[in-house]
Design a protein around this ligand. Structure first.
Ligand code: SAM
Length: 266
């Protein structure tokens, strides 16, 4: 299945560690085309919309003083995030930061965010502290030992009781998709994706000092929703989006991903 970068087939050569994941995004072309290439289809556009909605919902509920976004890339989400009092972004790619700065200025949000070039594996040395932290399409790309290092940094950075939001790939769905596809799309970056059952994720996160407060399912009927996208997007994109969004209202036990709202344990 060619879906331009969002569903990855895992191969032995996929980047999955600190340096090789960072290296993939230090590229102007990758930075400038990121949002357009990866969120062009109706189903991926809905995924984006749901992530924005849930982060905004959590911000409205928790009203944090200090917010951090790790690895924001080109500020895909950030330009639509509301309710941030003081925000810091930590991003390793200068190319991504350039695009993020431009997009935030265009959205009139540049004054809310302090864009920092830095390494998410080294937040401690940046002396960053916050009440709310979110990061999407980032932690999932790393092997266990690196994910543990990231959880430690996030735990240190969050104040007691602070909230942490990330995306979680559903292992059952990922395995189904992989069983049906044999190769990566030429548009995909060679990057690893860790996938979980809800219990596996809860165990992993609890082991590192957080408790899962909510797991919000996203793209509940990927097979049907991606089929609608591929069939209708290039003909009547608005109808495709509406159909995909209506399907999302139907409950399912096997969404493509979840949005996890976690809290630092006291
Ligand atoms: C797949 S993109 C995700 C961008 C955005 N969060 C989103 O959801 O669309 C991964 C981002 O992580 C950044 N990144 C990779 N390694 C990093 C590190 N060690 N510290 C901070 N950012 C890093 C990359 O430069 C890239 O912008």
């Amino acid at each position: 299945m060619d879906n331009e970068g969002t569903i990855c087939m895992k191969t032995d050569k996929d980047a999955c560690e600190e340096q090789n994941v960072a290296g993939l995004y230090q590229d102007t072309q990758v930075a400038e085309s990121y949002c357009q290439r990866r969120f062009a289809h109706s189903w991926s556009s809905l995924l984006h919309r749901k992530q924005v909605t849930e982060v905004n919902r959590a911000l409205a509920q928790f009203q944090p003083g200090d917010t951090v976004e790790l690895a924001p890339g080109p500020a895909r989400l950030t330009t639509e995030i509301r309710g941030v009092q003081r925000g810091i972004m930590v991003e390793y790619s200068h190319e991504m930061l350039t695009v993020a700065q431009k997009r935030l200025s265009e959205a009139g949000l540049a004054s809310r965010w302090d864009l920092r070039h830095g390494n998410a594996f080294d937040l401690q040395s940046m002396d960053i502290h916050c009440d709310f932290l979110f990061t999407f399409r980032f932690i999932r790309h790393f092997i266990m030992s690196d994910r543990i290092r990231l959880y430690k940094q996030i735990h240190h950075c969050l104040r007691p009781g602070g909230y942490f939001i990330m995306d979680v790939v559903n292992r059952i769905m990922r395995e189904r998709i992989e069983a049906q596809s044999s190769k990566k799309s030429k548009n995909e970056l060679p990057v690893y994706d860790m996938a979980y059952t809800p219990c596996e994720f809860e165990d992993e996160i609890e082991e590192h000092g957080f408790v899962v407060r909510r797991l919000i399912p996203v793209i509940k009927h990927f097979g049907l929703q991606s089929w609608v996208s591929f069939t209708l997007d290039h003909r009547i994109a608005s109808l495709a989006y509406v159909t995909v969004a209506i399907l999302e209202r139907v409950p399912s036990l096997e969404p493509l991903e979840w949005i996890a709202v976690c809290q630092k344990m006291e």
